[in-house]
Write a protein that binds this ligand. Structure first.
Ligand code: NDP
Length: 313
């Protein structure tokens, strides 16, 4: 037996979730949102957001999310704390259970659970988070104009981040654990062609240092060989680009994902393999991963839900 019935369950409260809530509320669908472990999503961990249109002076991540939340509440969205720990999408209405003990019956679902940046697992990463350590060059690169930064990773994301930063920072070091890059050939060529990007192959990070803010990284080259070398690299910014993990674990038994775990949507829509279940934001977007693109997808998901419910009569 369910405690609550809804025409649209929105799981997750990042820019995609709130935008879906605003649109579905204004369409009289009366959505229910379950916020997740990190209400407001990834943006609540960033400081200044300068690239979200409509905020000429910039806005802090937490403030932006608080504003989006207020906007959703204004139109009557039912927003509740909790984490969806179990779903049953095998039949309609869909069922979801939260860790707060709520049992939900939903005619439609929008999954907006986002993705989490992978970290190396060093204690220092937490210590300097927001003080030099970042997992998003597009968000934070601007603060490192004319400075020295390091990017960790050898995939397409790392190359893209390094290239982006090379147009802002004075010097960019790409820290790659193997003796080669995993990125596509074209990205590799672009990185290797850039004068102010230096690739440090066979190099891993042992720790970070700095008084108040990050001042550098403790690196080790050719670890475990006769040529093993430990040294310090002074940098003002340390960017992680070792991949993201989409938060799709709970949905995997029902929802089709790609080989890296991102939810597959049909073409330009937010439609998943289960009719009535939609996905928006980073959880379904390995490519762009921006707050504004997530918000755009949240809007699309709400319109897809509206259409789906209308077609059902
Ligand atoms: P990838 O998984 O492709 O690459 C991750 C990189 O991080 C690898 O070089 C890996 O090293 C390294 N790495 C992983 N763990 C660690 C660690 N603990 N310490 C040091 N290095 C580590 O992730 P991406 O985010 O780069 O890309 C994900 C997908 O998205 C890919 O399919 C990519 O092609 C795609 N993409 C496409 C873009 C585009 O087309 N424009 C842009 C961005 C991404 P190792 O090689 O040794 O395993």
């Amino acid at each position: 037996m369910s405690d609550i019935k809804t025409r649209c369950l929105i799981i997750g409260s990042g820019p995609a979730g709130y935008t879906a809530a605003i649109y579905t509320s204004r369409a009289n669908i009366a959505p229910l949102m379950i916020e997740g472990y990190q209400p407001g999503g990834q943006l609540t961990t960033t400081t200044e957001v300068e690239n979200f249109p409509g905020h000429p002076a910039g806005i802090t991540g937490p403030q932006l999310m608080e504003d989006l939340r207020k906007q959703a509440l204004r139109f009557g969205a039912d927003i509740r704390p909790g984490f969806v720990k179990e779903v049953d999408f095998s039949q309609r209405p869909f069922l979801a259970k939260t860790d707060t003990g709520l049992s939900i019956e939903a005619s439609t679902v929008i999954i907006c659970t986002g993705a989490s940046a992978r970290y190396l697992g060093l204690e220092d990463e937490k210590k300097y988070s927001g003080l030099g350590v970042s997992a998003c060059a597009t968000c934070d690169g601007f603060f490192y104009r004319g400075k020295k930064v390091a990017v960790v990773g050898g995939g397409d994301t790392a190359c893209e981040e390094a290239l982006y930063l090379s147009n802002l920072a004075a010097e960019v070091y790409l820290i790659v654990r193997k003796d080669h890059l995993r990125a596509s050939k074209v990205m590799q060529a672009r990185v290797l062609d850039k004068n102010n990007i230096k690739v440090l192959f066979n190099t891993t990070t042992e720790g970070l240092y700095g008084e108040e803010y990050l001042e550098g990284a403790h690196l080790v080259e050719k670890v475990g060989t006769a040529e093993e070398k430990h040294y310090d690299l002074p940098v003002d910014g340390f960017f992680l680009a070792i991949g993201h993990t989409p938060n799709t674990e709970v949905f995997r038994p029902f929802i089709e994902c790609d080989h890296t775990g991102y939810i597959k949507v049909k073409g330009e829509t937010t439609i998943t393999n289960i009719p009535g279940v939609f996905a928006a934001g980073d959880v379904a977007d390995p490519m762009y991963r921006q707050a504004i693109t997530a918000a755009g997808m949240g809007c699309k998901a709400a319109l897809d839900v509206e259409r789906f419910l209308a077609e059902e009569g």
